[in-house]
Write a protein that binds this ligand. Structure first.
Ligand code: GLA
Length: 779
């Protein structure tokens, strides 16, 4: 072989060695024993806490990890978000806040093991559950199935994950002890072969440590395979919840994969808190029973930029703050919950474990009130346009995030027409000749804008703002913009499709404001970018108070802090000190609704619990409305058993109808409240009916101020959220009523009722069921 070839070969192998982090074989082992986890062959209880490095400024990773250690954890659990690591097909990103390997190494330095949750689907109230938007460019893609294109992309992504992170497994001298396969797949499907495929990709990618799946108690059976370890996720009642796990697998350590100390917030709903007492009680139970657990979230952090997701149905976008009422707050502060858990964990340290000092909090600063001084109206700062005869969604214009403007000239005069937009994903601001006519909000399934008169030649602008893509629930294939079409329906009901659009894809991103914005001094209430500067002597963390603004996004020195919306509950945005600089700093806000006084300031404390939308408007019972079922025929009547178990009720014969009403007659504990966690209806074969078209038609009472007790919670697939009748201010007595509009006639042979899991208030005892194909009187 010629010398030159030999030289080239040697160089090639040297580069390979450099590319691959060194595989240091180590003697450390981690395994799943018959009763407990085995760390180097010894029983080991995992005291884990979830933390998403993509939700924490890189400069603060070490601080948050040291906080976790000081709280008494021995492990951190971290999702990977595919859309962060593969923003474009085959283009991988492991830089800055995406540097997963660095995060693991910092955890190791802090004395923490890592449980890795690479996906491909992660949920987590993250944009699209972590999936990259470009998957949706394939029109017929079927996510989370054995769809060949989807699997091929999963394989490529997981292979890359293995390249970067498999070398950090405990068996290679690293600290990664377990890796999760998919995420709560049981609440989405039951194709166990698909789970097997994802597991195989992880093994092929180099993961030799134990792999596992996670699910809620009643979803375990749809996902668990004998050849993959499994954990159960729950927010209370560990004893009962672990019974579900033991029913599925008799052996192996008990582990709660997600134990919720708080919960996430959605725009327009009450801020969620978790009582410290209950959290400590349940975790103590697990420790006393040598069960392992992972606190979801130990530290929530922030969904900076455009990364927050949404649940659907009903469409509920999440806030950018992901404080989650976690023991370690959004800014990395200690809390009562932190100290209560530190005290508890201090009593359960295992051999060689220590409880280090609590690190100091990062400095906070205030920023004196200031105003923006320049404006760049959106309509005069539009990107290049694309002509399109038909309406298309954002992804078809190769756009991932931001907003999209659809413009056309109307071609006829008409009076009292309906502009029908199907479907608005997610908020549509409608203008005729530059004059704001209406806003359509997907949260309320709004799709029609009434126009008193239109003229031939009028310019119709439909500006559609995309909130986060759905991360959880049946509507995962969540394309943005206008998804089907626009019609004008005239006063005689004649419908005509609107065509010939000039489309402006307004791409927005996390690391910079759009280029070439032309700012001028002046004011506008139209959608616009507003710019201002403020000066500080010493950088520090702060909470930017945006309560005086309408709805949009904020960038500070180019960093996108996230979304704001004056309906609340959050009215401030976490602004990390490392993103500020001594002297002058720049803030730019995009405000779609612009009605604010345009003042800003930096606060030392967050505002996480200030709703401004009238709760009355959100209730499913209008003022003076009363349901009348006096002449409705009873389909079934019975009594629920007490406790947290899901109960399946079979009717003596199959009923048929579109409206399902449950009349709750009294409660298990005799108090005046009614509550339900989840309701499923069964078709004539006893299979669960899809719930994606369901809407709440009526609920006699909903507690929306003291907690998020909205009736929609009975079909949001979350066992931790509940319908709860009013208790703050007033507590209406039984009977209580809930009516669901199924969207169309259904054959129903029974139903499943999941009671409230975390407390007994509201658990229903006796009840009656009514099913009709026409609306009940009073609806
Ligand atoms: C589920 C998911 C998590 C997260 C929590 C709610 O259990 O697995 O990713 O969405 O719910 O915060």
């Amino acid at each position: 072989m010629k010398k030159i070839h030999l030289l080239l070969l040697v160089c090639f192998y040297c580069t390979l060695a450099i590319a691959q982090p060194p595989q240091v074989k180590s003697t450390n082992t981690f395994a799943i024993g018959k009763e407990s986890f085995l760390l180097n062959g010894k029983p080991f209880v995992i005291r884990c806490g979830e933390m998403h490095f993509a939700r924490v400024p890189r400069e603060y990773w070490q601080h948050r990890l040291q906080m976790a250690k000081a709280m008494g954890l021995n492990t951190v659990c971290a999702y990977l978000f595919w859309n962060v690591h593969e923003p474009k097909p085959n283009e991988f990103n492991w830089n800055d806040m995406a540097d997963a390997a660095a995060f693991c190494k910092l955890a190791q330095e802090a004395g923490l093991y890592v449980i890795l949750r690479p996906g491909p689907y992660s949920c987590a109230e993250w944009e699209f559950g972590g999936f990259p938007w470009w998957l949706l460019k394939k029109k017929d893609i079927k996510l989370r199935t054995q769809d060949p294109y989807y699997l091929e992309r999963c394989k490529i992504y997981l292979k890359e994950v293995g390249r970067v992170l498999a070398p950090l497994q405990i068996t290679n001298g690293g600290n990664i002890i377990m890796t999760q396969v998919e995420n709560e797949y049981g609440s989405y499907g039951n194709d166990k072969e698909y789970i097997g495929k994802i597991r195989d990709y992880l093994v092929e990618a180099g993961f030799t440590i134990p792999l596992f799946t996670c699910d809620g108690p009643s979803q375990l059976k749809s996902d668990v395979r004998d050849d993959i370890f499994s954990v159960v996720n729950f927010g209370g009642n560990p004893e009962e919840s672990f019974k579900y796990l033991r029913n599925i697998r008799a052996e192996g350590p008990l582990m709660c994969g997600e134990f919720y100390p708080g919960w996430f917030d959605s725009w327009g709903t009450k801020h969620h808190m978790g009582a410290t007492g209950g959290v400590v009680k349940d975790i103590k139970y697990m420790l006393d029973h040598k069960a392992s657990f992972s606190i979801y979230m130990a530290h929530g952090g922030t969904s900076f930029g455009l990364w927050s997701g949404a649940n659907c149905p009903p469409f509920l976008p999440q806030t950018s703050s992901y404080d989650y009422d976690a023991p370690i707050s959004e800014a990395g502060w200690t809390t009562d919950k932190f100290y209560a858990l530190r005290k508890l964990f201090g009593q359960y340290l295992q051999e060689g474990e220590t409880l280090p000092e609590v690190p100091a909090a990062n400095p906070m600063i205030t920023i004196a009130p200031f105003k923006t001084t320049e404006v760049a109206p959106l309509f005069s700062n539009l990107p290049a346009s694309i002509n399109s005869v038909q309406i298309k969604n954002m992804e078809e214009f190769d756009q991932g995030y931001g907003a999209i403007l659809y413009r056309t000239k109307l071609t006829a005069d008409a009076k009292n027409v309906d502009l029908n937009i199907k479907e608005v994903h997610d908020l549509a601001y409608i203008f005729i000749n530059g004059k704001k006519m209406a806003t359509l909000d997907r949260r309320r399934n709004e799709s029609v804008c009434k126009l008193a008169s239109i003229k031939n030649g009028d310019v119709l602008d439909i500006l559609v703002e995309a909130m986060g893509r759905v991360n959880y629930g049946g509507h995962l294939h969540d394309r943005k913009g206008i998804t089907q079409g626009v019609n004008i329906v005239d006063a005689n009901g004649k419908s005509k499709s609107v065509e010939n659009w000039q489309v402006f894809p307004i791409e927005l991103n996390n690391n910079s404001i759009p280029a070439n914005l032309k700012f001028t001094s002046g004011k506008t209430d139209m959608p616009a970018f507003h710019k201002g500067t403020f000066t500080i002597s010493k950088p520090g963390d702060t909470y930017l108070d945006v309560s005086q603004w309408g709805k949009g996004l904020v960038w500070v020195n180019g960093h996108c802090l996230g979304r704001f919306w004056n309906i609340g509950p959050t009215q401030t945005m976490y602004l990390p000190g490392p993103w500020l600089k001594e002297g002058s700093n720049e803030v730019v806000l995009l405000d779609y609704i612009g009605r604010g006084k345009k003042g800003l300031q930096g606060l030392e404390k967050p505002i996480l619990d200030s709703l401004t939308e009238k709760v009355e408007n959100k209730k499913h019972r209008k003022e003076g409305q009363t349901l009348d079922i006096s002449n409705a025929q009873t389909t079934y009547e019975g009594s629920f058993a007490n406790g947290i178990n899901q109960q399946t009720i079979k009717f003596s014969s199959t009923a048929e109808g579109r409206f399902f009403c449950i009349e709750a007659l009294n409660s298990q504990n005799g108090r005046p409240y009614a509550s339900i966690a989840e309701l499923y209806l069964l078709d004539e074969k006893g299979k669960e009916l899809p719930r994606s078209k369901w809407k709440i038609a009526y609920a006699d009472s909903e507690e929306l101020s003291g907690e998020d007790g909205k009736a929609d919670n009975v079909f949001d697939l979350q066992s931790t959220s509940i319908w709860h009748t009013e208790w703050q201010g007033k507590a209406p007595k039984y009977p209580h009523y809930l009516v669901i509009d199924l969207g169309s006639n259904q054959k129903i042979s029974g139903f499943k009722y999941l009671p409230r899991q975390d407390a007994d208030n509201g658990r229903i005892k006796d009840y009656k069921i009514y099913i009709t194909n026409t609306k009940f009187k009073g609806l």
